[in-house]
Design a protein around this ligand. Structure first.
Ligand SMILES: Cc1ncc(COP(=O)(O)O)c(C=O)c1O
Length: 384
């Protein structure tokens, strides 16, 4: 099996599962309990928080554990909207955000918020000057992702941050779900970023775990009210075992980040070079030397063949890829990002995504390329 669908989810590491099991078995007390079962649970939770904070270069109080990327995006966007609605109802976002951001914006629009959705260029990137031009006196939030989940485009977060320096009251949220372990921390935790959202299962942690970087002093109204856990930001008895496992997963990813980025770049390069220039192939992501693209995502189309047909054809050879976004892939034929890039329908409906992880190898890239050649020859008959 070759697993090239790491942007959809990653395989939990055995060490991470061991940690989960051990904590769930041995430290099962409620961290809020005052008795002697509560104390070690509390200590372990705060240790995990401190470890995540250290790995991210932020303060422990700025890490809020939660259930993952969708919750984080909702919590920051709705939490800003509720907390700042008396100051303004204008929000700026991009046309290539994940559904967790885009659909949250749609909900707010229904409730009377004014949402400016910025266009992207042919690489799927926002122009920072468009952000500057969209800012109004009633703007309360700018929400732009770090790495696009459909084609891997890296958004100009630093440049947007520089523009926002002049507007200290506006919250700046970065969906960083696809950015972990990709050498992008200086951008994701840049000086003007107020909130960044993360998902454990994208870096070998467990489904249903995640965290928000919440810059000290920034106010959100909590999405989940209740017992006041997570420093009052996210109520609910903590998923201690999941949070400790997430901290371990993050440490393991960070330990080999540079090496992994280089490896993913070389795998991407090998496949990119194999695909590019073929008559019916359109590649949407950049090669390894293009700094506007993350190392792990390579999206292309065999134009004229439907994306799901390509996915299933590779699957028959034991290679797992996806249409452009796992969440959307069962619902729609078209990729939102490619549509926003004004890619013609025929190309967008043929798009598939290869998404790499630290466990992939160059040998797998070679095998992918061999299978590609075989399928491409077969597909020529449909295309012509
Ligand atoms: C960019 C981005 N944001 C948010 C999410 C949602 O994360 P989760 O699956 O943890 O809810 C995803 C998942 O694919 C994503 O790629």
């Amino acid at each position: 099996m070759i697993y090239f669908d790491n942007s959809a989810t990653t395989r939990p590491l055995p060490a991470v599962l061991d940690t989960f099991n051990k904590v769930a078995t041995d430290v099962w007390g409620n961290p809020s309990s005052l008795h002697k079962l509560g104390e070690p649970a509390w200590n372990l939770l705060e240790q995990a928080r401190a470890q995540v904070a250290k790995l991210c270069g932020v303060k422990p109080g700025e890490i809020i554990f939660n259930s993952g990327g969708s919750e984080g995006d909702n919590a920051v966007i709705k939490g800003t909207a509720w907390a700042k609605r008396q100051y303004g109802k204008h929000i700026i976002t991009s046309s290539v955000e994940h559904g967790a951001v885009a659909n949250t914006m749609n909900e707010l629009k229904e409730l009377g918020f004014d949402i400016t959705v910025l266009p992207v260029d042919s690489e799927g990137r926002v122009n920072p000057q468009d952000v500057a031009a969209a800012i109004r006196s009633d703007t309360i939030l700018v929400s732009i992702m770090a790495v696009n989940n459909e084609i891997g485009a890296i958004q100009p977060i630093n440049e947007i941050g520089k523009i926002l320096q002049k507007y200290p009251k506006i919250h700046f949220h970065v969906d960083a779900v696809q950015a972990v372990g990709k050498g992008l921390d200086s951008m994701v935790f840049g000086p003007r970023v107020d909130f960044a959202t993360f998902s454990g299962h994208k870096f070998h942690g467990l489904r249903g775990t995640g965290f928000v970087f919440h810059r000290a002093g920034r106010k959100l109204m909590p999405l989940v009210a209740g017992g006041g856990q997570e420093h009052n930001h996210r109520s609910g008895t903590e998923n201690l075992a999941g949070d400790v496992a997430l901290a371990r997963a993050l440490r393991l990813v960070k330990e080999r980040e540079d090496e992994n980025v280089q490896k993913e770049l070389s795998i991407k390069h090998r496949i990119y070079q194999h695909l590019v220039g073929k008559p019916h192939v359109k590649v949407f992501s950049g090669d390894s030397d293009n700094p506007h693209f993350a190392p792990h995502v390579l999206t292309f189309a065999i134009v004229g063949v439907r994306g799901e047909t390509i996915v299933h054809a590779f699957e028959e050879h034991g290679i797992y890829i996806s249409t452009t976004s796992a969440c959307a892939s069962k619902k729609t034929d078209e990729a939102g990002t490619l549509v926003a890039m004004k890619v013609p329908d025929k190309e967008a409906t043929s798009a598939v995504r290869v998404s790499l992880g630290d466990q992939n190898t160059l040998e797998e890239a070679d095998q992918f390329n061999r299978v590609f050649d075989q399928l491409y020859a077969e597909f020529q008959k449909i295309i012509n």
